[in-house]
Design a protein around this ligand. Structure first.
Ligand code: FE
Length: 282
């Protein structure tokens, strides 16, 4: 395994996502797991509490990220930004954003205060609800996240949710996630989620592009995923379901799907018995 580009000064700090951390460390998450009662995690966004500095942080992150992503990200992401008005300055107000998103794809965004346990997270997805942290990182910590903030959650995930095809995939992952956790296969579905819609790459137009929201929203890791000398194996359900991941540093490898449509079709066709087979011996 090559050296990880951990704390490479060119890229600033480490992106990591504690919402996913709970999914990927079953021992930590077990105590919180039995609940699928996701409504209990919803809080007011209280958009008025964001300061001018907070909005400026959003604008700085947006202005830095969009030019780099350019044609380096799958096209539904780029289509979603103007459709949802995400190119307007400042942190979006979720009511206004939902007024645009829901008619497009049936999804709506629900504000949360921080970490959502995996059972509740997948239960939200299964009902076309996506959790959005009601806070943003400070200006002196643009590249280091202790938990997913609204820039990760909105900029990284929401443009894709405007696409009917991705909207369907994310709902399917939610439903499979709920069933998988109940069947003791939480690790396998978490890995599939991680290596596709969170930190995956996909081919489009003859190029390897960013697919995952964790990459789309991370200046440093987007560069690493596309440019660093790291393994980029072809995405298969079996390999991804069995590949551990890192949630505290940049990934040691990035799976490349043959296309967004193909990985979406494969994941949507998967059920719990198929998941059990993937997680078992070859
Ligand atoms: Fe995420």
């Amino acid at each position: 395994m090559p050296d990880l580009p951990l704390l490479d000064p060119r890229f600033g700090g480490v992106f990591y996502c504690l919402k996913e951390l709970t999914m990927f460390q079953p021992d930590l998450a077990t105590a919180e797991r039995p609940t699928g009662d996701w409504q209990g995690y919803v809080v007011p966004q209280d958009w008025g509490h964001f300061t001018a500095d907070d909005h400026e942080v959003w604008d700085m992150l947006f202005a830095r990220q969009v030019p780099y992503l350019g044609a380096r990200i799958v096209s539904p992401f780029l289509d979603g930004i103007p459709k949802l008005g995400l190119d307007a300055p400042g942190i979006p107000e979720l009511g206004a954003l939902n007024a645009k998103l829901t008619p497009l794809s049936g999804w709506s965004l629900v504000p949360v205060a921080g970490i959502v346990p995996d059972a509740a997270f997948f239960a939200m997805l299964s009902e076309r609800k996506f959790p959005i942290g009601n806070f943003i990182r400070p200006a002196d910590s643009l590249d280091y996240l202790e938990e997913p903030d609204c820039f990760h959650d909105i900029f990284g995930h929401v443009p894709m949710l405007a696409s009917p095809a991705i909207a369907r995939l994310m709902e399917a992952l939610g439903k499979l996630g709920v069933e998988a956790i109940a069947a003791g296969e939480g690790d396998a579905i978490a890995r599939l989620y991680w290596h596709s819609v969170e930190f995956g790459l996909a081919r489009e137009g003859g190029e390897v592009r960013i697919l995952g929201a964790g990459l789309a929203s991370s200046f440093g890791e987007a560069h690493v995923a596309l440019e660093a000398e790291l393994p980029r194996p072809r995405f298969t359900l079996r390999d991804a379901a069995n590949m551990p991941y890192r949630n505290d540093r940049f990934q040691p490898l990035y799976f490349v799907a043959d296309s967004l449509d193909e990985v979406a079709a494969e994941l949507e066709a998967l059920d719990v018995s198929g998941l059990k087979q993937l997680a078992g011996p070859d």
